[in-house]
Design a protein around this ligand. Structure first.
Ligand SMILES: NC(=O)c1ccc[n+]([C@@H]2O[C@H](COP(=O)([O-])OP(=O)(O)OC[C@H]3O[C@@H](n4cnc5c(N)ncnc54)[C@H](O)[C@@H]3O)[C@@H](O)[C@H]2O)c1
Ligand SMILES: C[N+](C)(C)CCCC=O
Length: 481
């Protein structure tokens, strides 16, 4: 078998095989954390929390800034590990590492200014609020942005004075360990950021642990529902960053070159394994042929191969079963009447050492209709579906006709239309004349079944802290008794 448990029923013996997608070979095996290890991690985080919560915002800020500096210094090394683990091109992995240290810097900047308000009450009495940390927070990550996800969760958590136990996906267990090493080197108390390895069972132990105050999850909708259910038993708040099937709307008055570039960004980063990808590309009929021709031309030019090479822009998918899953969607699309305009095949790169890797050619599907499976379901691979439309009202109706609501995009030169359209789109993140950029200053997260809560931006402070109200009496107690 490709990946999985050797002894699924005897949890203590659960062993994972770590495949390297570039070569399709096992490079390591590891044991999962069981209930006992999860408890040890939570207890050590709890001890560290007692020290960390007492530090001033400025003290926490200094340590986060130092961690950000070390990440910058070790950027190439971390990006290489990320590429080996995930398969994304090293060029792209470096961009992920940039958004990671930027996130630490951003929350370091906010750490010292977290505060409450003072409220004057009658008779000289007053009240005030304090923003306090939650305690031990759990982070559970997906495999597509391992280091970035761990950074986007831990930076605000730590800035607010919490501890975090993080579980990466068992497909990409390594780079988060580098983050833990970096936090330690930067000076966080031992145990403040703990990493446990494992799959669903380990994740469940974490969500159920009585000393865990919050769960922040990034992954699929089905797992998100399970996590919410588990957390509800302990009345723990959750942040859910889930999947999507986002619309990208290209109006005929757009700058076509930019729209084509935007569509490529919206579909082919990280082999298309991106939650917020704009995979339903609605193109206004007048420019459908021109746009499609150019997108196909650019897609055929993407260099696929060893992602560690500087000029590669698309590496292998995460594992064989996912590759087959993605190819299955393309087969089904053909059966349902879509036309493969390019790609969609298994790809064996020329370099013989890559022959067992999980490569495919990026695919553009034409003649797509709203009811097709490729248009309705998250494929999580390099597959763009092109649909045509005529009017603004019609495209809005169709774009919103989905249970997902993570992201959306619009390309137009008409500034009024751009704002009118994004105001109607049911999505947590909307792009105008760009796609898939991620400034850490802006909140990121979904509507509808794509989840709730946010990462990044000032608002995330609220998801990693709680508000205490203090009411101060300056006079005598007026009892009703
Ligand atoms: N919205 C976002 O920010 C965002 C970002 C990246 C990925 N995603 C989504 O993630 C999905 C792909 O990632 P994936 O395949 O790793 O998702 P997944 O749901 O299979 O797994 C995500 C994580 O949850 C853990 N897990 C699985 N079952 C669990 C359970 N019952 N209890 C606790 N933990 C459990 C996994 O081990 C893994 O660490 C896609 O749907 C994608 O859209 C969303
Ligand atoms: C950095 N991106 C491209 C916006 C992706 C964020 C995480 C989604 O999978």
């Amino acid at each position: 078998f490709e990946f999985g448990t050797l002894a699924p029923k005897v949890f203590i013996l659960e062993i994972y095989l770590l495949f390297i997608p570039i070569l399709g070979r096992v490079i390591a095996t590891f044991l999962c954390s069981g209930e006992k290890e999860v408890d040890l991690a939570v207890q050590s985080a709890k001890a560290a929390f007692k020290i960390w919560r007492k530090k001033s915002g400025m003290e926490r800020s200094r340590i986060l800034l130092e961690a950000a500096r070390i990440i910058r210094e070790r950027k190439d090394e971390i990006a290489t590990v990320e590429t080996i683990n995930n398969g994304k091109s090293v060029f792209e992995a470096r961009l992920d590492i940039d958004t990671s240290w930027q996130c630490l810097e951003y929350y370091a900047g906010l750490a010292a200014s977290m505060g409450g308000e003072h409220v004057q009450l009658p008779g000289g009495s007053f009240g005030y609020t304090r923003r306090e940390p939650l305690g031990v927070c759990v982070g559970i990550g997906a495999w597509n942005y391992p280091f970035q996800i761990a950074s986007w969760k831990s930076a605000p958590a730590l800035a607010c004075g919490n501890a975090m136990v993080f579980k990466p996906s068992p497909f990409t267990p390594v780079s988060t360990l580098l983050l833990a090493e970096i936090y330690t080197e930067a000076g966080v108390p031992p145990g403040l950021f703990n990493v446990v390895q494992g799959g669903a069972a380990t994740g469940q132990f974490l969500c159920q642990h009585r000393d865990v105050a919050k769960v922040s999850f990034t992954g699929s909708v089905p797992t998100g529902k399970k996590i919410m259910e588990l957390a509800s038993k302990g009345v723990k708040p959750v942040t859910l960053e889930l999947g999507g099937k986002s619309p990208l709307i290209i109006f005929s008055d757009c700058d076509i070159e930019n729209a084509v570039r935007g569509a490529m960004m919206a579909n082919f980063l990280t082999q298309g394994e991106v939650c917020c990808n704009g995979t339903r590309v609605f193109v206004q009929r007048e420019i459908l042929d021109k746009f499609t021709e150019e997108v196909v031309k650019q897609t055929k030019k993407i260099k696929i191969g060893d992602p560690l090479e500087e000029d590669t822009r698309m590496g292998p998918l995460i594992n064989r079963s996912h590759l087959q899953h993605v190819l299955g969607f393309i087969e089904q699309a053909k059966n349902e009447g879509a036309k493969v305009l390019c790609g969609g095949d298994l790809c064996v790169p020329e370099d013989p050492k890559l022959k067992d890797g999980y490569y495919m050619t990026p695919c553009v599907l034409g003649n797509c209709k709203d009811g097709m499976t490729c248009v309705k379901e998250e494929i999580f691979g390099p597959v763009m579906s092109i649909l045509s439309f005529d009017t603004e009202a019609e495209v809005l109706e169709r774009a919103n006709d989905t249970n997902f609501g993570l992201a959306a995009g619009v390309f137009t030169r008409d500034i009024q239309r751009a704002h009118r359209v994004v105001a109607e789109l049911q999505a947590g993140v909307c792009y105008i004349n760009n796609y898939n950029v991620s400034p850490v200053e802006l909140p990121f997260g979904g509507y509808k079944m794509s989840g709730f809560g946010r990462e990044n931006g000032r608002v995330t402070i609220e998801y990693y802290s709680q508000l205490k109200t203090i009411c101060v009496e300056m006079g005598d107690v007026e009892s009703v008794f």
